[in-house]
Design a protein around this ligand. Structure first.
Ligand code: C2O
Length: 499
Protein backbone atom coordinates (compact mmCIF):
# COMPACT_ATOMS: atom_id res chain seq x y z
CA UNK A 1 0.00 0.00 0.00
CA UNK A 2 1.24 3.49 -0.75
CA UNK A 3 2.68 5.28 2.25
CA UNK A 4 0.33 8.24 2.14
CA UNK A 5 -2.71 6.11 1.46
CA UNK A 6 -5.48 6.78 3.96
CA UNK A 7 -8.66 4.91 4.55
CA UNK A 8 -12.32 5.74 4.84
CA UNK A 9 -14.96 3.27 5.90
CA UNK A 10 -18.66 3.37 5.37
CA UNK A 11 -21.80 1.60 6.31
CA UNK A 12 -23.27 1.00 2.86
CA UNK A 13 -26.97 1.83 2.78
CA UNK A 14 -27.35 3.11 6.32
CA UNK A 15 -30.11 5.66 6.35
CA UNK A 16 -28.42 7.75 8.99
CA UNK A 17 -30.24 11.02 9.40
CA UNK A 18 -28.26 14.27 9.73
CA UNK A 19 -24.97 12.51 10.43
CA UNK A 20 -23.45 12.66 6.95
CA UNK A 21 -20.06 13.01 8.68
CA UNK A 22 -20.20 9.28 9.32
CA UNK A 23 -21.11 8.32 5.75
CA UNK A 24 -17.51 7.64 4.81
CA UNK A 25 -16.72 8.21 1.10
CA UNK A 26 -13.27 9.71 0.80
CA UNK A 27 -13.27 13.41 -0.17
CA UNK A 28 -17.06 13.46 -0.24
CA UNK A 29 -17.94 13.54 3.46
CA UNK A 30 -14.51 13.31 5.07
CA UNK A 31 -10.79 13.38 4.41
CA UNK A 32 -8.92 10.08 4.67
CA UNK A 33 -7.86 8.66 8.02
CA UNK A 34 -4.07 8.67 7.74
CA UNK A 35 -1.95 5.73 8.89
CA UNK A 36 -1.86 5.78 12.68
CA UNK A 37 -4.91 8.06 12.87
CA UNK A 38 -8.40 7.17 13.97
CA UNK A 39 -11.96 8.32 13.54
CA UNK A 40 -15.09 6.96 15.19
CA UNK A 41 -18.17 6.65 12.98
CA UNK A 42 -21.25 7.56 15.05
CA UNK A 43 -24.72 7.13 13.64
CA UNK A 44 -28.17 5.87 14.54
CA UNK A 45 -29.99 3.17 12.62
CA UNK A 46 -33.72 3.76 12.43
CA UNK A 47 -36.44 1.97 10.51
CA UNK A 48 -34.18 -0.42 8.62
CA UNK A 49 -34.13 -4.18 9.10
CA UNK A 50 -32.24 -6.79 7.19
CA UNK A 51 -28.83 -6.91 5.57
CA UNK A 52 -26.43 -4.10 4.77
CA UNK A 53 -22.67 -4.10 4.77
CA UNK A 54 -19.66 -1.90 5.39
CA UNK A 55 -16.66 -1.34 3.18
CA UNK A 56 -13.65 0.89 2.53
CA UNK A 57 -14.52 3.89 0.36
CA UNK A 58 -11.01 4.92 -0.75
CA UNK A 59 -9.74 4.02 -4.18
CA UNK A 60 -10.34 0.27 -4.64
CA UNK A 61 -9.49 -0.73 -1.10
CA UNK A 62 -12.89 -2.30 -0.61
CA UNK A 63 -11.47 -5.19 -2.64
CA UNK A 64 -10.46 -6.68 0.70
CA UNK A 65 -11.89 -4.33 3.33
CA UNK A 66 -15.58 -5.20 3.78
CA UNK A 67 -17.99 -7.07 6.01
CA UNK A 68 -21.66 -7.73 6.72
CA UNK A 69 -23.82 -5.34 8.73
CA UNK A 70 -26.90 -7.11 9.98
CA UNK A 71 -29.89 -5.35 11.49
CA UNK A 72 -32.22 -7.73 13.31
CA UNK A 73 -35.74 -6.84 14.40
CA UNK A 74 -35.92 -5.04 17.72
CA UNK A 75 -36.00 -7.37 20.74
CA UNK A 76 -39.49 -8.83 21.02
CA UNK A 77 -40.46 -7.86 17.46
CA UNK A 78 -40.90 -10.74 15.01
CA UNK A 79 -39.59 -11.10 11.49
CA UNK A 80 -42.40 -10.66 8.98
CA UNK A 81 -41.88 -14.34 8.02
CA UNK A 82 -41.54 -17.53 10.07
CA UNK A 83 -38.49 -17.17 12.28
CA UNK A 84 -35.40 -18.75 10.70
CA UNK A 85 -33.66 -21.46 12.72
CA UNK A 86 -30.29 -20.33 11.48
CA UNK A 87 -28.87 -17.45 9.48
CA UNK A 88 -25.64 -17.10 7.53
CA UNK A 89 -24.17 -14.07 5.80
CA UNK A 90 -22.91 -14.93 2.31
CA UNK A 91 -20.44 -12.33 1.05
CA UNK A 92 -19.60 -12.55 -2.62
CA UNK A 93 -16.23 -11.00 -3.35
CA UNK A 94 -13.67 -10.59 -6.08
CA UNK A 95 -9.98 -11.36 -5.86
CA UNK A 96 -6.82 -10.24 -7.63
CA UNK A 97 -3.47 -11.87 -7.17
CA UNK A 98 -1.91 -8.45 -7.75
CA UNK A 99 -2.51 -5.85 -5.10
CA UNK A 100 -5.62 -3.78 -5.90
CA UNK A 101 -3.68 -0.53 -5.96
CA UNK A 102 -1.62 -1.70 -8.91
CA UNK A 103 -4.83 -2.85 -10.59
CA UNK A 104 -6.51 0.52 -10.09
CA UNK A 105 -3.38 2.25 -11.29
CA UNK A 106 -3.78 0.39 -14.54
CA UNK A 107 -7.33 1.71 -14.88
CA UNK A 108 -6.49 5.29 -13.94
CA UNK A 109 -3.03 5.86 -15.32
CA UNK A 110 -3.32 3.97 -18.58
CA UNK A 111 -6.93 4.77 -19.31
CA UNK A 112 -7.35 1.09 -20.24
CA UNK A 113 -9.80 -1.41 -18.82
CA UNK A 114 -8.49 -3.00 -15.61
CA UNK A 115 -7.16 -6.50 -15.90
CA UNK A 116 -9.81 -9.04 -15.00
CA UNK A 117 -9.85 -10.47 -11.52
CA UNK A 118 -8.30 -13.85 -10.72
CA UNK A 119 -11.22 -15.28 -8.76
CA UNK A 120 -14.57 -14.64 -7.15
CA UNK A 121 -15.03 -15.61 -3.54
CA UNK A 122 -17.73 -16.68 -1.08
CA UNK A 123 -16.94 -15.51 2.44
CA UNK A 124 -13.36 -14.90 1.42
CA UNK A 125 -12.71 -18.28 -0.21
CA UNK A 126 -12.77 -19.00 -3.93
CA UNK A 127 -13.91 -22.59 -3.48
CA UNK A 128 -12.88 -25.90 -4.91
CA UNK A 129 -13.29 -25.24 -8.61
CA UNK A 130 -10.09 -23.19 -8.42
CA UNK A 131 -6.69 -24.80 -8.20
CA UNK A 132 -5.43 -25.45 -4.69
CA UNK A 133 -8.56 -24.19 -2.99
CA UNK A 134 -10.27 -27.42 -1.96
CA UNK A 135 -9.12 -27.36 1.66
CA UNK A 136 -10.51 -23.90 2.30
CA UNK A 137 -13.92 -24.17 0.68
CA UNK A 138 -16.55 -22.62 2.94
CA UNK A 139 -19.05 -25.09 4.39
CA UNK A 140 -22.49 -23.82 5.44
CA UNK A 141 -24.43 -26.23 7.68
CA UNK A 142 -28.14 -26.95 7.41
CA UNK A 143 -30.32 -29.44 9.34
CA UNK A 144 -33.18 -31.43 7.93
CA UNK A 145 -36.41 -29.44 8.19
CA UNK A 146 -34.69 -26.21 9.15
CA UNK A 147 -35.47 -22.74 7.78
CA UNK A 148 -32.19 -21.06 6.98
CA UNK A 149 -31.86 -17.35 6.17
CA UNK A 150 -29.03 -16.58 3.78
CA UNK A 151 -28.07 -12.91 3.82
CA UNK A 152 -26.41 -12.53 0.44
CA UNK A 153 -24.21 -9.49 -0.21
CA UNK A 154 -22.44 -8.64 -3.46
CA UNK A 155 -19.17 -7.07 -2.35
CA UNK A 156 -17.37 -7.70 -5.65
CA UNK A 157 -15.57 -4.68 -7.08
CA UNK A 158 -16.59 -4.78 -10.69
CA UNK A 159 -18.91 -7.68 -11.30
CA UNK A 160 -22.62 -8.39 -11.07
CA UNK A 161 -23.18 -11.97 -9.98
CA UNK A 162 -25.76 -14.74 -10.20
CA UNK A 163 -26.09 -16.93 -7.11
CA UNK A 164 -27.87 -20.28 -6.67
CA UNK A 165 -27.85 -23.37 -4.43
CA UNK A 166 -28.23 -26.82 -5.97
CA UNK A 167 -31.68 -28.43 -5.42
CA UNK A 168 -32.82 -25.65 -3.06
CA UNK A 169 -35.32 -22.96 -3.99
CA UNK A 170 -34.99 -19.47 -2.59
CA UNK A 171 -37.82 -17.52 -1.02
CA UNK A 172 -36.74 -13.90 -1.37
CA UNK A 173 -37.88 -11.89 1.68
CA UNK A 174 -35.82 -8.72 1.62
CA UNK A 175 -33.24 -6.61 -0.16
CA UNK A 176 -31.06 -3.69 0.92
CA UNK A 177 -32.48 -3.85 4.48
CA UNK A 178 -36.09 -3.55 3.47
CA UNK A 179 -38.70 -6.31 3.40
CA UNK A 180 -40.27 -7.64 0.22
CA UNK A 181 -43.43 -9.56 -0.57
CA UNK A 182 -41.97 -13.07 -0.57
CA UNK A 183 -41.45 -14.79 -3.93
CA UNK A 184 -39.63 -17.94 -4.94
CA UNK A 185 -36.85 -18.32 -7.46
CA UNK A 186 -34.02 -20.71 -8.27
CA UNK A 187 -31.46 -18.00 -8.84
CA UNK A 188 -30.83 -14.43 -7.73
CA UNK A 189 -28.70 -11.71 -9.30
CA UNK A 190 -27.00 -8.96 -7.33
CA UNK A 191 -25.05 -5.97 -8.52
CA UNK A 192 -22.16 -4.80 -6.36
CA UNK A 193 -23.66 -2.93 -3.41
CA UNK A 194 -26.90 -4.90 -3.37
CA UNK A 195 -27.99 -7.37 -0.71
CA UNK A 196 -30.75 -9.98 -0.90
CA UNK A 197 -32.17 -12.04 1.96
CA UNK A 198 -33.42 -15.48 0.99
CA UNK A 199 -34.88 -18.38 2.97
CA UNK A 200 -33.98 -21.93 2.09
CA UNK A 201 -35.44 -25.04 3.70
CA UNK A 202 -33.58 -28.22 4.58
CA UNK A 203 -35.96 -30.36 2.54
CA UNK A 204 -33.49 -32.38 0.45
CA UNK A 205 -31.90 -35.71 1.20
CA UNK A 206 -29.07 -35.26 3.71
CA UNK A 207 -25.95 -34.66 1.69
CA UNK A 208 -23.77 -31.96 0.22
CA UNK A 209 -24.89 -29.34 -2.28
CA UNK A 210 -22.93 -26.67 -4.06
CA UNK A 211 -23.79 -23.00 -3.71
CA UNK A 212 -22.23 -21.06 -6.53
CA UNK A 213 -21.84 -17.56 -7.96
CA UNK A 214 -20.64 -16.42 -11.35
CA UNK A 215 -20.99 -13.30 -13.50
CA UNK A 216 -23.89 -11.63 -15.14
CA UNK A 217 -22.01 -9.75 -17.83
CA UNK A 218 -24.31 -7.41 -19.75
CA UNK A 219 -21.65 -5.57 -21.78
CA UNK A 220 -20.85 -7.09 -25.15
CA UNK A 221 -17.26 -8.17 -25.73
CA UNK A 222 -15.95 -6.75 -22.46
CA UNK A 223 -13.26 -8.95 -20.94
CA UNK A 224 -14.27 -10.51 -17.65
CA UNK A 225 -13.44 -13.33 -15.31
CA UNK A 226 -15.91 -16.09 -16.17
CA UNK A 227 -14.93 -18.45 -13.37
CA UNK A 228 -17.31 -19.76 -10.71
CA UNK A 229 -16.92 -19.52 -6.95
CA UNK A 230 -18.43 -22.19 -4.76
CA UNK A 231 -19.22 -23.09 -1.18
CA UNK A 232 -20.88 -26.23 0.16
CA UNK A 233 -24.26 -26.49 1.82
CA UNK A 234 -23.88 -29.54 4.02
CA UNK A 235 -26.62 -31.34 5.97
CA UNK A 236 -25.59 -31.83 9.56
CA UNK A 237 -26.74 -35.45 9.37
CA UNK A 238 -24.80 -36.19 6.18
CA UNK A 239 -21.92 -38.59 6.47
CA UNK A 240 -18.65 -36.67 6.26
CA UNK A 241 -16.65 -37.52 3.16
CA UNK A 242 -13.48 -39.10 4.48
CA UNK A 243 -10.42 -37.02 3.75
CA UNK A 244 -8.83 -37.90 0.45
CA UNK A 245 -11.49 -40.46 -0.37
CA UNK A 246 -12.03 -40.49 -4.09
CA UNK A 247 -15.39 -42.20 -3.96
CA UNK A 248 -17.37 -39.58 -2.03
CA UNK A 249 -20.13 -38.59 -4.46
CA UNK A 250 -19.57 -35.07 -5.81
CA UNK A 251 -22.11 -32.54 -4.52
CA UNK A 252 -24.95 -31.59 -6.85
CA UNK A 253 -24.26 -28.43 -8.84
CA UNK A 254 -26.86 -25.64 -9.31
CA UNK A 255 -27.79 -24.54 -12.78
CA UNK A 256 -26.77 -20.92 -13.29
CA UNK A 257 -27.96 -18.70 -16.17
CA UNK A 258 -25.66 -17.94 -19.08
CA UNK A 259 -23.41 -14.95 -18.38
CA UNK A 260 -25.41 -12.69 -20.74
CA UNK A 261 -28.90 -13.79 -19.68
CA UNK A 262 -30.54 -10.38 -19.34
CA UNK A 263 -34.02 -11.95 -19.65
CA UNK A 264 -33.55 -13.80 -16.36
CA UNK A 265 -32.24 -10.66 -14.67
CA UNK A 266 -35.22 -8.65 -15.89
CA UNK A 267 -37.77 -11.26 -14.83
CA UNK A 268 -36.12 -11.45 -11.41
CA UNK A 269 -36.18 -7.65 -10.89
CA UNK A 270 -39.88 -7.50 -11.88
CA UNK A 271 -40.77 -9.66 -8.86
CA UNK A 272 -39.63 -7.04 -6.37
CA UNK A 273 -42.48 -5.46 -4.37
CA UNK A 274 -42.32 -3.81 -0.97
CA UNK A 275 -43.96 -5.91 1.71
CA UNK A 276 -45.95 -3.00 3.08
CA UNK A 277 -47.42 -0.06 1.29
CA UNK A 278 -44.56 2.42 1.55
CA UNK A 279 -44.77 6.25 1.54
CA UNK A 280 -44.02 6.78 -2.16
CA UNK A 281 -44.22 10.45 -3.15
CA UNK A 282 -47.08 10.76 -5.61
CA UNK A 283 -46.23 14.36 -6.57
CA UNK A 284 -42.73 15.54 -7.47
CA UNK A 285 -40.92 18.86 -7.07
CA UNK A 286 -37.75 17.92 -8.94
CA UNK A 287 -37.97 16.03 -12.21
CA UNK A 288 -34.43 14.99 -13.13
CA UNK A 289 -33.14 13.06 -16.12
CA UNK A 290 -29.58 11.75 -15.86
CA UNK A 291 -27.79 9.79 -18.55
CA UNK A 292 -25.36 7.21 -17.22
CA UNK A 293 -22.74 5.56 -19.33
CA UNK A 294 -19.26 5.01 -20.58
CA UNK A 295 -17.40 6.78 -23.32
CA UNK A 296 -14.02 7.17 -24.91
CA UNK A 297 -12.10 10.41 -24.79
CA UNK A 298 -9.25 11.53 -26.97
CA UNK A 299 -5.80 11.30 -25.44
CA UNK A 300 -4.94 14.65 -23.82
CA UNK A 301 -1.95 16.36 -25.54
CA UNK A 302 0.38 15.99 -22.55
CA UNK A 303 -0.34 12.26 -22.13
CA UNK A 304 1.94 9.52 -23.40
CA UNK A 305 0.72 6.60 -25.49
CA UNK A 306 1.14 4.37 -22.43
CA UNK A 307 -1.45 6.52 -20.64
CA UNK A 308 -4.00 6.11 -23.41
CA UNK A 309 -4.48 2.40 -23.85
CA UNK A 310 -8.20 2.30 -24.53
CA UNK A 311 -9.21 1.43 -28.14
CA UNK A 312 -7.40 3.46 -30.81
CA UNK A 313 -5.22 5.39 -28.39
CA UNK A 314 -8.11 6.86 -26.41
CA UNK A 315 -8.94 6.86 -22.70
CA UNK A 316 -12.00 5.37 -21.09
CA UNK A 317 -14.27 7.83 -19.45
CA UNK A 318 -17.73 7.74 -17.90
CA UNK A 319 -20.21 10.49 -17.32
CA UNK A 320 -23.66 11.53 -16.16
CA UNK A 321 -25.30 14.26 -18.24
CA UNK A 322 -21.95 14.70 -19.95
CA UNK A 323 -20.14 15.46 -16.68
CA UNK A 324 -17.36 13.13 -15.62
CA UNK A 325 -17.11 13.40 -11.84
CA UNK A 326 -13.83 14.53 -10.32
CA UNK A 327 -13.17 13.86 -6.63
CA UNK A 328 -11.69 16.89 -4.83
CA UNK A 329 -8.38 16.41 -3.06
CA UNK A 330 -7.98 19.25 -0.54
CA UNK A 331 -11.34 19.20 1.15
CA UNK A 332 -14.22 16.86 1.43
CA UNK A 333 -17.35 18.25 -0.23
CA UNK A 334 -19.27 18.15 3.04
CA UNK A 335 -16.59 20.10 4.89
CA UNK A 336 -16.33 22.60 2.02
CA UNK A 337 -20.11 23.02 2.13
CA UNK A 338 -20.24 23.39 5.91
CA UNK A 339 -17.41 25.92 6.10
CA UNK A 340 -18.28 27.73 2.89
CA UNK A 341 -14.90 27.02 1.24
CA UNK A 342 -15.04 28.37 -2.31
CA UNK A 343 -13.59 26.68 -5.37
CA UNK A 344 -14.09 23.06 -4.26
CA UNK A 345 -17.33 22.38 -6.16
CA UNK A 346 -20.03 24.10 -8.14
CA UNK A 347 -23.76 23.47 -7.91
CA UNK A 348 -24.56 23.51 -11.60
CA UNK A 349 -24.93 19.80 -12.26
CA UNK A 350 -27.48 19.78 -15.11
CA UNK A 351 -31.02 18.54 -14.46
CA UNK A 352 -31.15 17.22 -18.02
CA UNK A 353 -28.63 16.08 -20.60
CA UNK A 354 -27.24 18.98 -22.66
CA UNK A 355 -28.11 17.19 -25.91
CA UNK A 356 -30.87 14.71 -26.64
CA UNK A 357 -30.15 11.78 -28.89
CA UNK A 358 -30.99 8.12 -29.27
CA UNK A 359 -29.36 7.10 -25.98
CA UNK A 360 -29.45 3.40 -26.60
CA UNK A 361 -28.83 3.48 -30.32
CA UNK A 362 -25.63 3.21 -32.24
CA UNK A 363 -24.38 6.73 -31.67
CA UNK A 364 -21.08 8.18 -32.68
CA UNK A 365 -18.71 8.56 -29.79
CA UNK A 366 -17.77 11.95 -31.15
CA UNK A 367 -21.17 13.11 -29.95
CA UNK A 368 -19.99 13.96 -26.50
CA UNK A 369 -16.70 14.91 -24.93
CA UNK A 370 -17.57 14.89 -21.24
CA UNK A 371 -16.48 17.78 -19.05
CA UNK A 372 -14.40 16.68 -16.08
CA UNK A 373 -15.70 18.61 -13.06
CA UNK A 374 -16.97 18.46 -9.49
CA UNK A 375 -20.59 19.47 -10.01
CA UNK A 376 -23.34 19.01 -7.43
CA UNK A 377 -27.09 19.28 -7.76
CA UNK A 378 -28.75 21.32 -5.03
CA UNK A 379 -31.99 20.08 -3.47
CA UNK A 380 -34.24 21.98 -1.10
CA UNK A 381 -34.88 20.22 2.18
CA UNK A 382 -37.96 18.04 1.87
CA UNK A 383 -38.27 18.25 -1.90
CA UNK A 384 -39.80 15.25 -3.62
CA UNK A 385 -37.35 14.05 -6.22
CA UNK A 386 -37.72 11.85 -9.27
CA UNK A 387 -34.62 10.76 -11.19
CA UNK A 388 -34.75 8.94 -14.50
CA UNK A 389 -31.45 7.09 -14.87
CA UNK A 390 -31.01 6.53 -18.59
CA UNK A 391 -28.31 4.13 -19.71
CA UNK A 392 -26.38 5.10 -22.82
CA UNK A 393 -24.54 3.11 -25.43
CA UNK A 394 -21.97 5.71 -26.48
CA UNK A 395 -19.46 3.04 -25.66
CA UNK A 396 -20.26 -0.41 -24.25
CA UNK A 397 -23.85 -0.38 -23.05
CA UNK A 398 -24.07 -2.25 -19.79
CA UNK A 399 -26.15 -2.70 -16.65
CA UNK A 400 -25.00 -0.14 -14.06
CA UNK A 401 -25.71 -0.84 -10.37
CA UNK A 402 -26.49 2.73 -9.28
CA UNK A 403 -26.19 3.58 -5.61
CA UNK A 404 -27.31 6.66 -3.69
CA UNK A 405 -25.77 7.45 -0.31
CA UNK A 406 -27.86 8.59 2.66
CA UNK A 407 -31.19 7.49 1.20
CA UNK A 408 -33.37 4.57 0.33
CA UNK A 409 -35.28 5.24 -2.86
CA UNK A 410 -38.31 3.70 -4.52
CA UNK A 411 -37.74 2.01 -7.86
CA UNK A 412 -41.02 2.90 -9.54
CA UNK A 413 -40.26 1.62 -13.06
CA UNK A 414 -37.60 0.06 -15.26
CA UNK A 415 -37.46 -0.60 -18.95
CA UNK A 416 -35.43 -0.87 -22.13
CA UNK A 417 -34.65 1.66 -24.85
CA UNK A 418 -35.14 5.40 -24.40
CA UNK A 419 -37.34 6.47 -21.51
CA UNK A 420 -40.54 7.99 -22.87
CA UNK A 421 -42.16 10.33 -20.33
CA UNK A 422 -45.59 10.01 -21.97
CA UNK A 423 -45.98 6.26 -22.28
CA UNK A 424 -43.60 5.03 -19.59
CA UNK A 425 -45.09 7.08 -16.77
CA UNK A 426 -48.22 4.96 -17.17
CA UNK A 427 -46.13 2.04 -15.90
CA UNK A 428 -45.09 3.70 -12.64
CA UNK A 429 -45.71 1.60 -9.55
CA UNK A 430 -46.64 4.07 -6.82
CA UNK A 431 -48.32 1.39 -4.69
CA UNK A 432 -45.70 -1.12 -3.57
CA UNK A 433 -42.41 -0.40 -5.38
CA UNK A 434 -39.28 -1.88 -3.82
CA UNK A 435 -37.22 0.43 -1.62
CA UNK A 436 -33.50 0.02 -2.20
CA UNK A 437 -30.22 1.91 -2.09
CA UNK A 438 -28.84 0.40 -5.31
CA UNK A 439 -30.73 -0.10 -8.58
CA UNK A 440 -29.49 -2.03 -11.58
CA UNK A 441 -30.10 0.35 -14.48
CA UNK A 442 -30.86 -2.16 -17.24
CA UNK A 443 -28.40 -2.49 -20.13
CA UNK A 444 -29.65 -0.24 -22.94
CA UNK A 445 -32.47 0.82 -20.66
CA UNK A 446 -33.59 3.04 -17.82
CA UNK A 447 -34.83 3.06 -14.24
CA UNK A 448 -36.95 5.66 -12.46
CA UNK A 449 -36.43 6.32 -8.77
CA UNK A 450 -38.13 8.61 -6.25
CA UNK A 451 -37.15 9.86 -2.83
CA UNK A 452 -37.83 12.73 -0.46
CA UNK A 453 -34.76 14.88 0.22
CA UNK A 454 -35.10 14.83 4.01
CA UNK A 455 -31.48 14.12 4.92
CA UNK A 456 -29.36 17.28 4.73
CA UNK A 457 -25.76 16.98 3.63
CA UNK A 458 -23.72 15.98 0.59
CA UNK A 459 -24.60 12.56 -0.81
CA UNK A 460 -22.81 10.92 -3.67
CA UNK A 461 -24.69 8.85 -6.24
CA UNK A 462 -22.50 6.53 -8.28
CA UNK A 463 -22.22 3.33 -10.22
CA UNK A 464 -21.05 0.67 -7.75
CA UNK A 465 -18.68 -0.90 -10.28
CA UNK A 466 -15.51 0.65 -8.89
CA UNK A 467 -13.85 0.95 -12.26
CA UNK A 468 -16.75 3.15 -13.41
CA UNK A 469 -16.41 5.49 -10.41
CA UNK A 470 -12.74 5.78 -11.27
CA UNK A 471 -13.74 6.86 -14.77
CA UNK A 472 -16.20 9.44 -13.40
CA UNK A 473 -19.61 7.71 -13.27
CA UNK A 474 -20.84 9.71 -10.28
CA UNK A 475 -22.44 12.96 -9.15
CA UNK A 476 -23.48 14.31 -5.76
CA UNK A 477 -26.55 15.94 -4.30
CA UNK A 478 -26.25 18.83 -1.91
CA UNK A 479 -29.34 18.65 0.27
CA UNK A 480 -29.86 21.96 2.05
CA UNK A 481 -30.77 22.31 5.70
CA UNK A 482 -34.41 22.72 6.55
CA UNK A 483 -35.69 24.80 9.43
CA UNK A 484 -35.21 23.82 13.04
CA UNK A 485 -32.57 21.64 14.59
CA UNK A 486 -34.15 18.37 13.51
CA UNK A 487 -33.89 19.32 9.87
CA UNK A 488 -30.24 20.35 9.97
CA UNK A 489 -26.96 18.58 9.43
CA UNK A 490 -25.37 17.93 12.81
CA UNK A 491 -22.11 19.65 13.78
CA UNK A 492 -19.00 17.81 12.60
CA UNK A 493 -17.48 15.47 15.20
CA UNK A 494 -14.30 16.68 16.90
CA UNK A 495 -12.21 13.79 15.54
CA UNK A 496 -13.26 14.25 11.89
CA UNK A 497 -10.05 13.89 9.82
CA UNK A 498 -8.82 16.95 7.99
CA UNK A 499 -7.04 16.87 4.64
CU1 C2O B 1 -21.18 0.94 -1.14
CU2 C2O B 1 -20.37 4.71 -2.33
O1 C2O B 1 -20.78 2.87 -1.69
Amino acid sequence: MEKRMGLCLRGHGIRQMRTGWADGPEYITQCPIRPGGSYTYRFTIRGQEGTLWWHAHSSWLRATVYGALIIRPREGTPYPFPKPHRETPILLGEWWNRDPISVVRQATRTGAAPNVSDAYTINGQPGDLYNCSRQDTVVVPISTGERHLLRVINAALNQELFFAVANHKFTVVGADASYLKPFTTNVIMLGPGQTTDVLITGDQSPGRYYMAARPYQSAQNAPFDNTTTTAILQYTSAACPTKGSANAPPPAFPSLPAFNDTATVTAFARNFRSLHRPPVPTEIDENLFFTVGLGLNSCPPNFSAAQCQAPNGTRFTASMNNVSFVFPSNWSLLQAHKYGIPGVFTTDFPANPPVQFDYTGNVSRALWQPVAATKLYKLKYGSRVQVVLQGTSIFAAENHPFHLHGYDFFIIAEGFGNFNPKTDSAKFNLVDPPMRNTVGVPVNGWAVIRFVADNPGVWIMHCHLDVHITWGLAMAFLVEDGVGELEMLEAPPADLPVC
